[in-house]
Design a binder for this molecule. Structure first.
Ligand SMILES: [Zn+2]
Ligand SMILES: [Zn+2]
Ligand SMILES: [Zn+2]
Ligand SMILES: [Zn+2]
Length: 234
């Protein structure tokens, strides 16, 4: 009796939700295809993403439409993932097989352009000088060992400057600490007295550049324009 009830409930819930999601997927998919046909790729991107977010079974052609959309908004790496998936799933009999193969070769050209360009990262985003490290690739921070003093407590005399020994007659003998010459401190072993340490810039990982959200056109001219804009902004 108990099992029967549970089975019935789970059957009811999956079928109800399944139908609901399916119509949702269809709605976003059709909406996306409409935007795509109108050449509004930004809106198409939004609709296809909503369809993907339902986590439901997706129409095969969505992969192609989405890949082509991503190409137009210059998200080439994502575009490649989806076009590759489309060809794998739909095969040569797919509705958009020829278009998909064509898209693959267009993407290949884009990736070559990105690889050959010095002004963008691997995803095609324009790079600018890292302002965290002033484009040096290294950052300097206060030595954590000595807190920027350059010295640490002498481990032999624990900062007293003298070493106390007790002889056989229970008499104390005071001797100047030979490790610190009586100073009680020694030069910091971490920074060697420099008070600061240098390490690879945590923002640009030593590359001296960091990506902007600007899609690169692989031309030098824009770089100058970009710098001027940056100066203007400051
Ligand atoms: Zn000492
Ligand atoms: Zn130090
Ligand atoms: Zn940096
Ligand atoms: Zn570039």
């Amino acid at each position: 009796m108990r099992i029967a009830t549970i089975l019935f409930c789970s059957f009811l819930s999956t079928s109800t939700f399944g139908q609901m999601n399916q119509s949702e997927v269809k709605k976003y998919y059709n909406e996306g295809v409409q935007h795509f046909t109108d050449g509004n790729f930004k809106a198409a991107n939004g609709s296809f993403r909503k369809a993907l977010a339902t986590n439901d079974v997706l129409p095969v052609n969505l992969s192609y439409y989405f890949a082509e959309t991503l190409y137009h908004i210059k998200q080439f790496t994502n575009s490649k993932n989806f076009v590759d998936r489309y060809i794998k799933v739909a095969g040569q009999g797919g509705d958009f097989y020829d278009e998909a193969v064509n898209l693959q070769s267009q993407l290949k050209i884009e990736f070559i352009n990105i690889r050959n360009c010095n002004y963008c990262n691997n995803f095609g985003y324009r790079l600018e000088d890292c302002d965290y490290c002033d484009a040096t690739g290294i950052e300097t921070t206060e030595c954590p060992q000595c807190k920027g003093t350059g010295n640490t407590l002498c481990p032999k005399c624990t900062g007293k400057g003298v070493v106390i020994t007790v002889d056989a007659f229970n008499q104390n003998h005071y001797e100047t600490c030979d490790k610190c010459d009586g100073d009680g401190v020694i030069v910091c072993e971490r920074c060697l007295g420099e008070k600061e340490i240098t390490r690879v810039c945590t923002y640009c990982l030593g590359t001296k550049m960091r990506p902007t959200s600007i899609i690169c056109n692989h031309e030098e001219e824009q770089e100058e324009l970009f710098r001027k804009k940056k100066i203007y902004r400051q």
